[in-house]
Design a protein around this ligand. Structure first.
Ligand code: ADP
Ligand code: MG
Length: 671
């Protein structure tokens, strides 16, 4: 068997089938055998039809009189037939599964399992799964279920895989860390299980294999990063001490430790690749400021990349206050910046020490004189290519040090696998005096009675309010209240209050002006879309209302909520839900916990890794077996990868493994 050869080499797969398979990413023989069953159906111990009772049943027999008709309700097709064995006959019915007509041949015997129940006044077997008797393991009654790929249904996969049954024995080994033959046995038993236990054992090995590949990929990225050269930046204790003493507050212990990690990294002549993780409001920007100052003291340039113009502007304003008095030359570069060419010239000549900007920083005509540190705020908002672009802007041929920051905590399990090439510092301590945020869920109906008195209180104490809506304009097809109509309603209900709105379609200058007035306290209620989600910092805001809360992910809700609770006032967050159904688990978790790390773990379990890993990579990490929550297996893979890498010859010897992981390497690389 040509394991890596085209899938057409398998029995029963012609050009047409191969074409369909290709659409679903199945190109090689290997891909085909790695297309694993989603689950198993159990056809064990069929009942004679004469002895059948309503409920879940298994029957064995031939099927005839199959036909499909349109039901009275449009869009519904009904496929009906009769199943017979020696003892009797029953009706069988499927809905919207027209392909069943072609699945069965009258000569063959099949097993069926499903519910035998009353339908339109007569008993039928309703939408059963079915498998040819010869494809079911006679001892166990188990039959795999495959995900349908276009015209190829589960039973097609079953038929095709059965034809390749003899090939499994020649599947080569992949990993040196397991006994020989483990892989072929696992693949065999996952398709042809001889017990539920053997199937789950097989899946466990395949999950391990996947984690091994993922971990190996990110460790190799790390090794490659370590081969690069960077400018070492000496630590200047007295200057940093002076910087810290000028701050209006004391650094938290966690901020000190993180800064210390960074200073040590930057002293090396290999580039730093560190992720600063800290829950919303933990003070990441200050750590970035200290790192930037350190690099600038050594006569280097620093760039800070932020995902939105609002955030970039805010960073610029905040950091200018601290750094300008120390003689640092600062610049802001966003889409709205005027005289860009002049500014870019000053960046290229090195007149500017510290550039803060958005994507506008990434254009080809932005060159630096001696860029030594790149800081990326909310790193998950940027794709690999964008991050890479900035890293290549150091003209000296030396790689800049990289500090990425995120408030969306990365669960431990992902850190060990996908983010294995990063060093991590964690800000697990909030600055002193922070108020806890009380979160509650309100239905639309309760809103007015319960929320309005609260709003009046907040306004009376001169604190401010964020009101987050899903849409900008009204949409007649949906019931969500838009930014604009909510603003109108609030203005009517609170005539003496200054209320404005903010959304992503406004001009950058307009947005900045509104944000500016909100942070000066001139706007009391800001109605907004999620543009305020990332990073925005107005400590006087103490109440947040989120409409249609059920339509956001947990991580995003936590981010949004983090816009309040930054000042001295007790803070509140109201999650409004439209329906009268029970609030989702997500919302309930959010009420219970304000711990971003805990919530990220929950999110990972509820929604998978895509949410955490960021929009761009969404779906890219489509693991065959979801295992990113299995810490025990991850640790085993970790340990084994470390051993594997101790012997460099392994990398030459295990060719299939090494070429197979390049895809993961691209996904997981962060530099
Ligand atoms: P985030 O980690 O969410 O990016 P920021 O860096 O925006 O948090 O900091 C949130 C707020 O806390 C800012 O107003 C900042 O000035 C303030 N801050 C940062 N460090 C401290 C500290 N050690 N003590 C008090 N306030 C702090
Ligand atoms: Mg921030």
């Amino acid at each position: 068997m040509n394991w890596l050869g085209p899938v057409e080499e398998l029995k029963g797969i012609g050009p047409k089938t191969a074409e369909t398979l290709k659409k679903y990413g199945i190109r090689s023989v290997r891909d085909f055998l790695y297309n694993l069953p989603r689950d198993y159906e159990n056809f064990e111990a069929p009942t004679s039809i004469s002895e059948i009772h309503p409920g879940k049943v298994v029957v064995k027999g031939r099927i005839d009189s199959l036909s499909t008709r349109r039901a009275r309700r449009r869009n519904l097709s009904v496929t009906e037939g009769v199943i017979r064995d020696q003892t009797g006959a029953i009706k069988v019915v499927w809905f919207n599964q027209g392909y069943r007509l072609k699945q069965f041949s009258p000569e063959k015997e099949y097993c069926f399992t499903g519910n035998y129940e009353l339908r339109n006044g007569r008993y039928s077997l309703v939408s059963p799964s079915a498998a040819e008797v010869s494809e079911i393991d006679p001892k166990t009654g188990l039959s795999p279920i495959y995900v349908a790929h276009g015209a190829l249904k589960s039973h097609d996969f079953k038929r095709l895989i059965s034809k390749s049954r003899d090939l499994f024995d020649s599947i080569p080994d992949l990993l040196p860390t397991v006994p020989k033959g483990t892989r072929k046995k696992a693949l065999f038993y996952v398709h042809f299980p001889n017990s539920i236990k053997s199937a789950s054992g097989a899946r466990n090995y395949l999950a391990y294999e996947e984690l091994f590949e993922l971990t190996l990929a990110s460790k190799l990225n790390r090794t490659e990063n370590e081969k690069l050269k960077a400018t070492p930046i000496p630590f200047s204790a007295p200057k940093i001490r002076e910087f810290v003493s000028r701050l209006p507050f004391q650094l938290t212990g966690a901020q000190r430790r993180a800064a210390w990690d960074i200073f040590q990294d930057m002293e090396k002549d290999t580039p730093m690749n560190r992720l600063l993780q800290g829950d919303v409001g933990s003070g990441k920007t200050m750590v970035a400021a200290m790192s930037a100052y350190e690099a600038i003291l050594a006569s280097h340039q620093v760039a800070l990349l932020a995902p939105t113009a609002i955030l970039a502007t805010q960073h610029f304003d905040g950091l200018s206050k601290i750094l300008k008095p120390l003689g640092v030359k600062m610049a802001l570069l966003t889409g709205a910046t005027k005289h860009k060419a002049d500014l870019k010239h000053q960046i290229a000549t090195g007149e500017i020490d510290f550039v803060i900007g958005t994507h506008a920083l990434l254009t080809d005509d932005t060159d630096f004189n001696n860029l030594a540190l790149v800081v990326i705020d909310e790193q998950h908002r940027f794709g690999v290519e964008q991050r890479q672009k900035l890293m290549l802007k150091s003209p000296s041929g030396l790689a800049p040090h990289l500090l990425t920051m995120t408030a969306t905590p990365i669960p431990r399990s992902l850190q060990l696998t996908v983010f294995g090439d990063l060093d991590v510092s964690i800000l697990n301590e909030l600055p002193r005096g922070r108020q806890p945020i009380t979160t509650s869920i309100l239905t639309e109906v309760e809103t007015r009675e319960q929320l309005y008195p609260k709003i009046r209180n907040v306004l009376k104490s001169k604190n401010q309010i964020y009101w987050v809506c899903k849409a900008i304009d009204d949409d007649p097809r949906s019931e969500t209240t838009s930014v604009k109509s909510r603003t109108t309603k609030l203005k009517r209900d609170f005539p003496d209050v200054s209320i404005e709105f903010l959304h992503g379609r406004m001009k950058p200058a307009e947005k900045d002006a509104i944000m500016e007035r909100f942070s000066r306290g001139e706007i009391q209620i800001l109605v907004s879309t999620t543009v305020i989600e990332v990073g925005v910092d107005v400590p006087n805001a103490s109440l947040m209302v989120i409409e249609n809360a059920e339509s956001y992910g947990l991580a995003q809700l936590h981010q949004l909520r983090g816009r309040v609770g930054r000042g001295k006032a007790a803070s509140f967050c109201y999650l409004l839900t439209s329906g009268d159904t029970k609030p989702s688990r997500r919302l309930q978790e959010l009420v219970k916990s304000s711990d971003g790390f805990y919530l990220a773990e929950v999110d990972l379990k509820l929604r998978g890794p895509g949410e955490i890993y960021g929009a761009l990579q969404h779906g890219a990490l489509d693991l065959r077996i979801a295992t990113l929550t299995d810490i025990k297996l991850i640790r085993r893979a970790q340990k084994d990868v470390t051993t594997f890498l101790k012997n460099p010859e392994n990398m030459l010897e295990y060719e299939e493994l090494m070429t197979g992981i390049t895809r993961y390497q691209q996904i997981t690389t962060l530099n």
